[in-house]
Design a binder for this molecule. Sequence first.
Ligand SMILES: Cc1cn([C@H]2C[C@H](O)[C@@H](COP(=O)(O)OP(=O)(O)O[C@H]3O[C@@H](C)C(=O)[C@@H](O)[C@H]3O)O2)c(=O)[nH]c1=O
Length: 151
Amino acid sequence: MAEIDGVKVVPLRQIVDERGKIMHMLKATDPHFKSFGEIYFSCAWPGVVKAWHIHQTMTVNNAVMVGRAKLVMYDLRPDSPTKGALQEVFFGEDNYVLVQIPPGIANGYKAYGDKMVVMANCASEPHRPDEMLRLPPFTPEIPYDWALKHG
Ligand SMILES: Cc1cn([C@H]2C[C@H](O)[C@@H](COP(=O)(O)OP(=O)(O)O[C@H]3O[C@@H](C)C(=O)[C@@H](O)[C@H]3O)O2)c(=O)[nH]c1=O
């Protein structure tokens, strides 16, 4: 599957000891840091699809603290070199990474595994409902099938 121009997938450090661990996410000194607006946590039960969201000005920074999720992005930007590309990232407990999504890219996720997913968005600006466009998860405007692909 393609990589979308401007999307960054950044490995994150976990510092483990016998008490538990520290999970890094985003620092103001990181080269990919834009600005801080708000951090919130989107949670979903296994099997749930939360999509599609299209931010107009917000840069999204997602990482999954608990559980496992499939993040899917679709490039809707008219002037993008990767317009029409789809990108999937499987992240969370098996793959602890930060995914940075520039504005104009439809994004959404499906929770899988055996527990409620807790996904952070360390957003570049505070949430404003009118800044975000929505499309239904199964819209024909986005050529993506959310179903589990057996093989
Ligand atoms: C995101 C957000 C939602 N809300 C409210 C609006 C609504 O009544 C309720 C649920 O909102 P949503 O349906 O947007 O929640 P949700 O579908 O969980 O939103 C998430 O979707 C995925 C695709 C992402 O990428 C996340 O960053 C986040 O936007 O919570 C806030 O008050 N503040 C917020 O920061």
